[in-house]
Design a protein around this ligand. Structure first.
Ligand code: 13P
Ligand code: SF4
Length: 360
């Protein structure tokens, strides 16, 4: 069998591009109010529902909540879009979330505020390099994270999100299967460690989570001895090792609500604070450190692509119908198999459940 090295794919952070990330100018109070009203009216007029990720702007999350839409993690976004009767899904998040909605709902129109919102995990796993890599390991079951393109999902046996990755891999291990995992090396090695499965890992990473720093986190924890540390598993192993709870965004919000601690140090995108504070209003939330003193921080606990979603481009997409997601039908059909497996597997599971570390 031909051996293929795991490719290392450089990914450009949009904040490093000439001119930096798309700067979204702060809106005046009146303009903001006007846009929010317009979006709510357009959602009604166009038979559309807004599905937003926790990392998007708080105004967008609020509109989704107030109009019968959904604010959620990637699994619940996919499930909600799948069961909601609206003929248009407006997905505020990053491209793979829009594509997942289209894979599951070909009959629906899927719009996004911008088609520029990518994800470093998706960009770091191009199908033209991933497919030959899978072909070189025909004995392994291919499990990909939802943060991938439709073409990568089309080559996969299973799609998973962070909320069910451990449970799916445990299930596959019980069937005696060995795994080819992509793209996130940190989530992959966490799942490998928890399940003990034989996993060959693609070497992708998230530009936001990989910048959380264990040493600085330990220093912050020393100042807040009673704080619980909540960590998204896209973070480096050294940060995960310090966590009281490791979980998907929804699971971290649930933990912030359920645990008795009054202070939490949170290692994920700071867009999550809007919902965390809503679900536990009397608690204190601190951002986990992303760099040492004097270091340059490019992703600073906030995704450079998620922040491209704004009120202006959301209103414009609804008004014009631009920024529609299209997926080639042959690819979509193949991607549906692995994506639907995830949806079916998650039925009946309590996907909000989180695992808290129990000190020995
Ligand atoms: P969740 O599914 O936990 O929301 O994660 C999605 C993501 O992109 C995290 O960076
Ligand atoms: Fe992708 Fe990381 Fe942004 Fe999530 S936070 S969408 S994993 S780049």
């Amino acid at each position: 069998m031909t051996q293929i090295d795991i490719p290392i794919i450089p990914v450009q952070n949009p904040r490093d591009l000439p001119g930096g990330a798309v700067e979204i100018a702060p809106l005046g109070t009146e303009r903001r109010r006007e846009l929010i009203e317009r979006i709510k009216n357009l959602l009604r007029e166009k038979d559309a529902v807004l599905v937003a990720h926790y990392y998007t702007d708080a105004d967008i999350q609020k509109i989704a909540d107030e109009t019968g839409g959904m604010v959620a993690d990637s699994l619940e976004m996919a499930r909600f879009g799948n069961r909601h009767p609206a003929t248009t899904l407006v997905v505020a998040g990053v491209r793979f979330m829009g594509e997942t909605a289209k894979i599951l709902n070909p009959e629906k129109r899927v719009l996004m505020p911008t088609l520029e919102a990518e994800c470093s995990l998706d960009l770091g796993c191009p199908a033209d390099q991933f497919v030959p890599f899978c072909d070189a390991h025909p004995d392994r079951t291919v499990v990909v994270y939802a943060n991938t393109s439709a073409a990568v999902k089309a080559r996969a046996d299973w799609v998973v999100t962070s909320s069910i990755a451990v449970r799916v891999v445990s299930h596959l291990l019980d069937q005696g299967e060995s795994i080819l995992w992509a793209p996130d090396k940190y989530l992959g090695s966490y799942v490998q460690q928890v399940t003990g499965a034989d996993m060959l890992l693609w070497q992708g990473s998230c530009v936001v989570h990989e910048t959380f720093k264990a040493k600085e986190l330990a220093a912050l924890k020393a100042l807040h001895a009673d704080a619980a540390i909540l960590v998204h598993p896209e973070s480096p192993q050294s940060v995960i090792d310090m966590a009281d709870v490791v979980g998907s965004t929804t699971q971290l919000i649930q933990a912030a609500h359920d645990l008795p601690n009054s202070t939490f140090i949170v290692a994920t995108d700071n867009g999550i604070f809007y919902k965390m504070k809503q679900s536990a209003p009397h608690k204190t939330f601190l951002e986990a450190p992303t760099a040492g003193a004097g270091a340059t921080c490019h992703s600073c606990a906030h995704c450079p692509w998620m922040e491209m979603n704004a009120l202006e481009n959301l209103a414009a997409a609804l008004e014009s119908g631009d920024n529609e997601i299209h997926v080639d039908e042959a690819i979509r059909r193949k991607a549906l198999r692995s994506t639907q497996r995830m949806i079916d597997f998650s039925q009946g599971l309590d996907t909000r459940r989180f695992y808290a570390r129990v000190e020995a």
